[in-house]
Ligand binder design. Sequence first.
Ligand code: ADP
Ligand code: ASP
Ligand code: MG
Length: 811
Amino acid sequence: MKVLKFGGTSVGSVKSILSLKKIVEKEARQQPVIVVVSALGGMTDKLLYTAQLALNGDQGWKTEFDAMVDRHHKMIDTIISDPSSRENLFNTVDSLLDQLKSIYFGVFLIHDLSEKTQDAIVSYGERLSSNIVATLIKGTKWFDSRDFIKTERVNDKHTLDSELTYKLVKKAFADLPRVSLVPGFISRDKTTERTTNLGRGGSDYTAAIIAAALNAECLEIWTDVDGFMTADPKVIKTAYTINELSYIEAMELCNFGAKVIYPPTIYPVCVKNIPIKVKNTFNPDNSGTVIKQKAENDRKPIRGISSISGTTLITVTGLSMVGVRGVNRRIFTTLADNGISVFMVSQASSENSTSIGVRDQDAKRAVEVLNKEYEKEIETGAMFPMHAESNLATIAIVGENMKHTPGIAGKLFGTLGRSGVSVIACAQGASETNISFVVEGQSLRKSLNVLHDSFFLSEYKVLNLFICGVGTVGGKLLEQIKSQYEELKERSRLKLNVVGIASSKKAIFNRDGIDLNHYHELLEESEPSNAEKLKTSILGMNIFNSVFVDCTASKDIASLYQDLLEHNISIIAANKIAASSEYENYAQLKQTALQRGVLFRFETNVGAGLPIIGTINDLKHSGDKILKIEAVLSGTLNFIFNELSAKVPFSETVRRAKEQGYSEPDPRIDLSGTDVVRKLVILSREAGYRVELSDVKKELFIPSDFFNSTEEEFWKNLPSLDESFEQKRKELEAQGKKWRFVATLDHGETQVALKAVDHNHPFYNLEGSNNIVLLTTERYKEYPMQIQGYGAGASVTAAGVFANIMSIANI
Ligand code: ADP
Ligand code: ASP
Ligand code: MG
């Protein structure tokens, strides 16, 4: 014999109820089955809500009630085709609904809703649904569970009288029909005979009690997910079904919010060693989960994660507590006497403070009764008044394998720390099957995600990317991410999830990943954004393993870095503004990244995709010292001086640089050396020198008044320089030399200047817009290290940004 329980969603729609019918009929061919059903999905909430409307004198209760009638009628009309069965069922259902209506009307008239009345109201959900299912499945016998599920009043709560109930269940099912149909959840007080219930979610418990009383072969819980999963699939999209788990593990997970099974359900079947199967009504072929005494060892350190939000931590603290006996006894007795349940306790070994986790709704009362209990001690100053912190969340990681695996707590807290989640309190039972801890409510989702990722999906590392700027570099980067996605997933076990994209005016977000084929259209359709809004949205998403990628040249965006880093978001910047801003700012950003365990990387600030900054850092880390840097860092200026010839005058080379996209939109930024100065400052800082922009000596090749006029005047006056350039060029040509705009760091001194180099110099043959860097270090002294290649261009820059992103994936 088996007991099959179907939850609200399994009887909530025509599709699900027909699936239920098939499942039950198939099982009943093998053996007798007892089917326990919940109310139609969402019905219990509606019954309670409507009762509140009636209590408040709100006429709206009628509309809600009519909707309930309509829902049940429609369901019957659709699924019961036989006219006489249908008529009988309508009679039963309508008489129940009439009673319900009268109760609501009474509540409405006298403005009173006692617990007794509410219990009566809420029982109609299961009474209605069970009659419908009993008619749907031919040859079924319907039972009123109130006749055998008996409760008594203990601590002001309905509590099962197991002994009596077991006796009555055995009697009720002495002759076992092929299919028995039982409403879940509802019960009757053994003394007063009033209708009671087993608490929200209690249909699971009804089924377990029957299974235990009758020594069923198995208890099956049919629901709307593929079994007991590693975490709540509504929160963690990557949660997956656990094949097997032990009673202890299931109990620990359910006690901490795994709603899939009502916690009291497990004990009665565990005692009888009856396995529980959790299966999906919508996907009956899936094997689901088996809960039993000894579950298979899946070699994972933990079996599942669960959580409860809306928790409060009450701290009982005072100097008199140290070594005093009985303080804890008084705390727990006081709370128990007042019907407040405690789900977590943490006490430091110094014994002067005990933290207790309770539900938010119990917090106020808990503080009151504890303050009262310790009134005298508080008055004398030996103890402090209770301190309560609400809106927290409690998370539990559970698994019997924890006993044998060292380092679980380390991994747990390390993972949370790297994501910027601070743990407010924690507790581990000596059984070592559960570590529970408390975090801010707003960190709950993020904590669950990072933990799930690190304990269950370690085969994939996920990076959540916010890409800011969709111009040439940002656009190319998105293309590269799209084309490499599968390859990285397969080969490197890395998922690059683009969760945010911002242009200069708009932004889109999707924590499950943006469709990179259509981000342009999605941006078009989205709301206007700006830097501040962008920051608010990113921080609001509070997503784990986040990386902010700045492909803009915007000062406003650069000013967000500090806040983002403080929230444990790594920064990859193609934007040079932050790294070349005041030294203090640069240093603080680096310091914050270090403290937070995230990265602030800006490799492409110098030499686009060339590995210059990374190399300098690698040398430094290995104990080398950078003595001198000589570099041609402006692709634009190099292009200009390479183009210059007898046929192409200076002004024309500048024009070409602009037209071919080598220069900044206003080429004076290049000609004034501003861009090179920034790059030199960044390199010098990375090499270990404290340098500001103003420290760099500049020897420019264009008179300064060219930079003070308007852009239009600049272009007009530019040809006036052609003659002198041509003259100098000829002289250089005669000497076999070429011009290069060279940036130099020499023992801390920085300079940019136009220099003539001969054919022996490594800079002489620098083609097109290439860059070159010579690093003289203590180890590379006689022959400096040389890095050379394209120093500009969207593809190579995007590739450099990509490389920086990959460096985060590898930490
Ligand atoms: P029913 O109406 O069938 O009793 P419930 O809503 O009470 O269904 O329980 C099923 C729900 O439990 C799932 O839809 C899921 O969102 C939630 N849930 C929470 N934690 C887990 C978990 N670890 N595994 C599966 N489901 C879970
Ligand atoms: N219908 C009840 C509830 O929603 C009992 C159950 O579904 O298990 O809480
Ligand atoms: Mg349930």
